[in-house]
Each structure stands twice: as C-alpha cells, then as structure tokens.
Design a protein. Structure first.
Ligand code: AMP
Ligand code: MG
Length: 326
C-alpha cells in the first residue's frame, strides 16, 4: 500500500534569519494559506494602517493568480486549456505572457523545465493525493502529448492537442513573488520579506541597512539548515528539491520533479537546488531545471551564465555554490 508522505510542506522551506534587525513597532507580518502552501509577508518600517492595506492588496493578488494558474480550479485559465480537447482557449494576456516566458525557459534549459509535463504529472497523481506508479506504457503514451511544440499561440488564445496540457507549478510562485514585490515597492515600502513556501523574495536591505541573512533548509532533516549566506537588494531565492513532495512505495521514493525525457521522477544526484536572482519566475524555472539536469550538466549550464547565483546540495551533502555568495 502506498504510504502517503506529506503532500505539502507547510513549514517555510527557508528561514530568514533576521538577527540584529530593528524589530521596532513598525514591523508587521501576515500569514496566508494559498496555492497549497503557507505564505508570509513581513513589511518593515511601515505604519499599521498601510501594512494592513498592503496585506489585503497582496492577498487579492495571490487569489487572483491562483484563480488564473491553478490546475485544481476548474475555471482557471490553465484548467480551461487542460480541458480544451484541442479547441482554442481565450486567456488573459498575463497567462499568455507567462506561458510564453515558460516556453522560452524550456528552450533555454533544453527541455529540462517543461510546463507541458502536465499529462505525466497527472498520471503520477501529484495533483491530488492519490499517488500511484503508472504503467510504463501509459507514461510513454503521456510523453507523446508533451513538448512546447504542442502550444500554439493565436493572439490572446492558445490551442493544444487533446490530452496535452500545462502545469505552471514550477514557475508560478516565483512569478507571484515578482508581482508582490512590485506591488509592495509601488506602495513605498523599502524593506520587506515575501516568503512563499520554498521561495523567498526580498525587498531592499534590512531596515538597519545590513544585508539579509538567508538560510537554506537541509534536504536531509526537517528542522535543520544546510547553508547560510548574506544578500541585499531586490532578489528572489528559490529552492527545488525532491523532499518537497513525494510518496513512498515498497521502500522507494517517488518525488514530484519529473524528467520530461523519461516521464519518471528525475534521478538527480542533487538533493536541492537554490537559484538567486532578480527575476523570481526565472529563478523558479531554473531551480527545477537544474535539479532535473543533475550536478554535472547543471554546472556546465551555470558556467556559461555567470549572472546566475546558485547553491547546489548533492545527495551526499556536498555544497557547490557560485563564487559571489558569502
Ligand atoms: P518546483 O517545486 O518549482 O521545482 O516545481 C515542481 C512542480 O512543477 C511539480 O510539483 C510539478 O507540478 C511541476 N513539474 C514537475 N516536473 C517539472 C518539469 N520538469 N518542468 C516543469 N514543471 C515540472
Ligand atoms: Mg521551480
């Protein structure tokens, strides 16, 4: 019998250490549960009325995006594509833009990141909690419906063949971090932390002008951290790891990050991948892709893109990081 593992990691994957912050009375936090995850926004150096207004605007934005992108909400743009059976589906311009961005990131990563992996992820049961190991024939069949070539853009609508579909799960939270960052900054807040499950988006520096200290959760132990570094500026820190969602059958772990070439959970020698950068959506897509690639291919990819900061944790616990992290 399949032993269900935790389907959602409710705890925040990275703990933002804020020792030495000025935690005077102008710091306000709010926790939300949305997109299957705990989210927390902390605003520094604001008054209470402004903080509450911003929390409300941010929550509306979170729900708005969930209602556009969720595979589990029948009326979402993405669910309408997934149920379209080859028909044209008119979408919001925002959905078209994120799909186009995802397609370009798929090309950049040679298909390691691939939002059309939907029919395969569905077979494994990762959209609910009814996990199962698919028959290999079914996986081969499902793989026949994947690939960005199956997405046809026609202005503000998209057409995909019957049985194909889209899953924005590996990019949507990074994108949401970007959106919330813009909203909070537009409202004049200069120091804030947005924590969306495993993703963190920072605004500015700590209120005392010092850099933030970010700790990456250990993939091997629930309450421990494996690496800590200092960063400042408007940056996102996004982690992908097999430990975030998985099930176990006959002593074998099956996790949620699929290798689009095989249709099986990626057999990566990496336990987690963290990507740090200005564009949270890109960081999110790349952290998933680098996990799929495995260490050697990931380092080759990264060596050609020095602008990307990263922390790779191998299955043996070895840490490989970009030189700019201290
Ligand atoms: P993340 O936690 O950002 O790495 O995203 C993982 C989620 O994205 C999974 O739960 C799936 O819904 C979806 N997914 C799985 N494998 C891939 C892949 N290779 N490319 C894009 N999305 C994926
Ligand atoms: Mg991702």
């Amino acid at each position: 019998m399949i032993k269900k593992a935790l389907s959602i990691i409710l705890s925040v994957i990275m703990l933002l250490l804020c020792f030495g912050c000025n935690t005077g009375e102008r710091v306000f936090s709010k926790t939300f549960f949305a997109m299957d995850t705990m989210m927390k926004i902390t605003l520094y150096d604001v008054d209470e009325v402004m903080a509450n207004q911003l929390f409300s605007i941010c929550y509306d934005e979170i729900l708005r995006e969930e209602n556009l992108f969720s595979v589990n909400i029948a009326a979402s743009d993405i669910s309408r594509i997934n149920a379209s059976k080859g028909d044209n589906v008119t979408l919001s311009q925002e959905t078209v833009l994120i799909i186009k961005k995802a397609v370009s990131l798929s090309k950049l990563t040679d298909g390691a990141f691939d939002i059309t992996v939907y029919p395969v992820v569905k077979l494994w049961g990762f959209y609910g909690n009814e996990y199962s190991i698919p028959e290999s024939d079914d996986i081969i069949k499902a793989l026949g419906f994947t690939g960005s070539k199956n997405i046809e853009f026609l202005g503000n609508s998209v057409r995909m063949p019957k049985n194909s579909g889209i899953d924005l799960g590996a990019i949507a939270k990074g994108y949401l971090g970007d959106r919330l960052k813009s909203i909070i900054k537009e409202n004049g807040v200069e120091s804030a932390v947005i924590s969306l499950g495993g993703n963190i988006t920072l605004i500015g520096d700590k209120p005392n002008g010092e850099p933030w200290s970010v700790a990456i959760k250990s993939p091997f132990s629930q309450n421990e951290f494996i690496y800590e570094f200092l960063i400042s500026g408007d940056l996102s820190v996004v982690t992908s790891g097999a430990y975030e969602r998985y099930f176990e059958k006959n002593g074998k772990i099956y996790h949620h990050i699929i290798d689009p070439d095989t249709g099986y959970p990626a057999e990566s020698d990496l336990a987690s991948v963290t990507v740090i950068g200005e564009d949270g959506a890109i960081c999110d897509a790349l952290s998933t892709a680098l996990f799929v690639m495995g260490k050697e291919e990931a380092l080759t990819f990264l060596s050609q893109r020095e602008e990307i900061s990263y922390v790779l944790v191998s299955n043996g616990g070895e840490i490989t990081k970009s030189e700019n992290l201290s």
